[in-house]
Design a protein around this ligand. Structure first.
Ligand code: SAH
Ligand code: SF4
Ligand code: F3S
Length: 470
């Protein structure tokens, strides 16, 4: 513990110095106020990291642009969760070649989960010579050091040490708006057999409740109305903290902050989801009655092979208990279709489960082989075309369930937090219910950021439609 906090302190001091050094180098390298283009692929945790990377760039004198052509520095914060995510990144990086040729002073930075894998960093080194700086998830706070190295020596920088610590004190540049992300822990200890995340994000480390509460208070003070607490498995929050605090205790502490705001959290692992957590949500003032509780599969054999450490009976008990405590609770989930060795019968068990639970939203994925994970070496006899057929069946069943749930909502009054202009255009607002369902209603922009009662009148494909009750 002491060693950890010492290391952390040293890191912070070093970063203050390197920030100053990098700022001077940046100013002389570009000779004009530079602009950065920053894009985070993948999950909210990556988006949250991207906000910190932007914070560091801002400290070094960068402004921001949405146009790569205008950017003096282009940074991609990458995701490795599925092959399609990696392909997308490689495609985007390939497209930068001409931009670098047009302006060799432009700096290209790749970081995040994908870059934490040695074989990927190696491929970038060999095949993409115009990429300047590459580092993984464990080194976000070192961006100023890397940039200074690159500008001083003109050598390309490659860094891939394992993630060690939660480094505090990095500023964040968040998008203005109504909703904010708040990372409460890093890493994952679960090692689900299909998943690359623990391999690229390291072991679980929790931030202290004091730091989290201070950041939540700051966000509420800045006018954010919805805070989503982030971690790969928030239910196991608190391991290794000097001052004991588990996730329900953290939620109660944050719920005690006065003000008009709501709290959400993700992701909950069913293995560590307890009745105490459900009771805490039910008894809170600010925590939304919505639980994202990924089940992955409806088959006991498959969830066991996935190393998920629960069975479907336990999962259904949790759902039933939550519904008993909160009749208005909604659920969403992640499903993987075509895990190695999954049979047609086992897939049908997944369909039966989603019919039973009736999720409001489902995030569905076809299994993607990740090298280095145990599932990558399991026999996988079902052809890709067959898996696609199952996948479409799953979507159809879920679509039917959503249609039914939407119809049941018509006529009800929901408390909606409006966060943006609606897809239907100017004069329409979009927001979400406590249950995380998108609602559009006619209304003026001045109502963005307000919690308002909305009577639901009908359903569209992507949202419910309603009218604001005065
Ligand atoms: N920590 C979270 C989610 C992390 S990744 C959790 O445990 O739920 C988000 C989702 O991506 C996972 O829930 C899973 O459904 C999916 N996923 C992860 N690895 C995958 C793989 N190799 N192939 C397909 N989907 C995958
Ligand atoms: Fe991956 Fe499982 Fe950890 Fe989620 S809990 S990040 S699915 S290993
Ligand atoms: Fe992707 Fe890393 Fe998140 S692999 S899903 S960005 S933790």
């Amino acid at each position: 513990m002491i060693i950890n906090s010492l290391t952390q302190q040293l890191d912070e001091e070093m970063d203050q110095l390197s920030l100053q050094r990098a700022s001077v180098l940046v100013a002389s390298h570009y000779g004009h106020p530079p602009l950065a283009f920053v894009h985070s692929f993948g999950c909210q945790q990556n988006v949250s990291d991207g906000e910190r990377l932007k914070g560091l760039l801002a400290e070094m004198g960068f402004g921001f642009t949405d146009e790569q052509e205008r950017a003096d520095l282009i940074l991609f914060n990458t995701c490795a969760v599925r092959e399609s995510a990696e392909d997308r990144v490689f495609g985007n990086v390939g497209a930068l070649k001409n931009l670098k040729r047009a302006d060799p002073d432009r700096i290209i930075v790749l970081c995040g989960c994908m870059m934490q894998q040695p074989q990927v960093a190696e491929r970038i080194k060999k095949s993409f010579p115009y990429v300047d700086i590459v580092f993984g998830t464990g080194a976000i706070h070192r961006l100023p050091v890397f940039l200074a190295q690159r500008l001083e020596s003109r050598k390309r920088v490659f860094w891939n040490q394992p993630a060690q610590n939660v480094v505090e004190g990095i500023p964040a540049v968040r998008d203005e708006g109504v909703k904010a992300w708040l990372t409460i822990m890093q890493g994952c200890n679960n090692f689900c057999t299909y998943c690359i995340v623990p391999h690229v994000r390291g072991r679980e480390v929790s931030r202290t409740p004091d730091r989290i509460e201070a950041e939540a208070r700051e966000l509420i003070g800045l006018g954010y109305r919805e805070i989503t607490l982030l971690g790969q498995n928030v239910n196991s929050y608190g391991k290794g903290l000097e001052e004991p605090c588990d996730f329900p205790a953290l939620l109660r502490r944050l719920d005690g902050i006065d003000g008009e705001y709501r709290l959400r959290f993700m992701t909950s692992h069913p293995r560590d989801c307890t009745r105490e957590l459900i009771d805490t949500i039910a008894g809170s003032r600010h925590v939304c009655h919505h639980i994202h509780l990924p089940v992955q599969s409806g088959s006991d054999r498959v969830v066991k092979a996935m190393n998920r450490h629960y069975d479907i009976a336990h999962y259904l008990e949790l759902i039933a208990y939550a519904r008993q405590r909160m009749p208005d609770v909604t659920f969403s989930s992640d499903i993987i279709v075509g895990f190695p060795g999954e049979t047609r019968e086992e897939f049908l068990e997944t369909l039966a489960l989603i019919r039973k639970v009736r999720y409001n939203a489902l995030f569905t994925f076809i299994y993607s082989r990740r090298s280095g994970t145990p599932a990558a070496t399991m026999p996988d006899p079902v052809p890709a075309a067959e898996k696609s057929v199952w996948f479409r069946e799953l979507l159809e069943v879920q679509q039917q369930i959503c249609t039914e749930l939407n119809e049941e909502m018509v006529g009800t009054v929901q408390r909606v937090l409006f966060d943006s202009v609606g897809k239907s255009g100017d004069g329409f607002l979009a927001g979400r219910t406590e249950g995380n369902i998108i609602v559009e209603a006619p209304g003026d922009r001045s109502l963005i950021g307000k919690f308002l009662p909305v009577r639901i009148t009908r359903a569209m494909n992507w949202a419910m439609v309603g009218t604001i009750q005065q």
